[in-house]
Design a protein around this ligand. Sequence first.
Ligand SMILES: Nc1ncnc2c1ncn2[C@@H]1O[C@H](COP(=O)(O)OP(=O)(O)O)[C@@H](O)[C@H]1O
Ligand SMILES: [Mg+2]
Length: 343
Amino acid sequence: MSGQISNLTEGKKILDVQGLTKHFEITKGIVKRVAGHVRAVDDVNLYVKAGETLSIVGESGCGKTTLGRCIVRAIEPTRGQVNLLVDDKWVDLTSLKGKELRAARRHFHMIFQDPYSSLDPRMTVLDIVKEPLVYNKLAQGNEARDIVLETLKVVGLEENHLRRYPHAFSGGQRQRIGIARSLVCNPQLIVCDESVSALDVSIQAQILNLLKDLQRDLNLSYIFIAHDLAVVEHISDRLAVMYVGKIVELANSDEIFSHPRHPYTEALLSAVPQPDPTRKSERIILPGEVANPANPPSGCYFHPRCLYATEECRKETPQWREVAPEHYVACHHADQLQLKGMI
Ligand SMILES: Nc1ncnc2c1ncn2[C@@H]1O[C@H](COP(=O)(O)OP(=O)(O)O)[C@@H](O)[C@H]1O
Ligand SMILES: [Mg+2]
């Protein structure tokens, strides 16, 4: 494992997110008085290296999609920085406007969850995959068509698919179209938001393998968002666990699976089916639901559901700290707890 950590350390950072925060306003009445804020993403720090996959996991409502959308500037963050290495220079995507932002967009792309609603049903595959090329003014006409065809082949589709509409394809093929669209401008970072969650298990495996092959061949970096740890186990280099807008634990993926340091991570891991049926895992059923991000609990946001919470957890916000090399956690008791991993 230490070998793997040092390999990861060698990779060059291409994305560095600092203090990223997104608060949605809750408005009331016809004058739209601001009645509160949903802290969907709350002071997130993370980085991604060239050619690696950072997965982001957590229950529904934890802020994963909002974080992904802020990173690709699909929505405006409330504050924070999204620094991307473009042609060996750092640019803060949150500070870009107009033409500059448009020019930066070719370097990253987000693939959305639902392969049925994310492709425009009135456009042919050619037009869907070509659109980012035209938007970014990288190619048009026959040249664009040739690039689209080449990209379709890379994701396992064929020339005769060019003129068809999305409804003619299965879920897995639609996700391949989505992947082709994300690749066509030759980006360095792809954010995959629950990109395989809607697919059958066998198709999931095919798409995950395709993503891995593409990563190896094109040195792509992925931020891979999922609510299910079983899905990310084989694709992740590092893993971030999110709870109510905050990252509560982040480390090398093997390290998280074998030695989780946050009680929330332990609970998520206990829900992953064990490949070896002789090894029984005891599923930790968390009481209650994800805390309301418009009105989070005091102290550690996880304390009302935590099996190990103490008075300190109810009162004090835990600091984000490094407990082992490149292993970060926000839990008061991370040093004392002996939590159960999977391996
Ligand atoms: N446009 C929005 N306006 C208000 N609240 C939102 C908006 N989008 C998301 N939220 C809220 O932000 C929180 C995080 O949502 P989301 O990022 O979709 O979580 P996840 O992807 O982890 O399920 C949720 O409480 C959700 O209701
Ligand atoms: Mg989501």
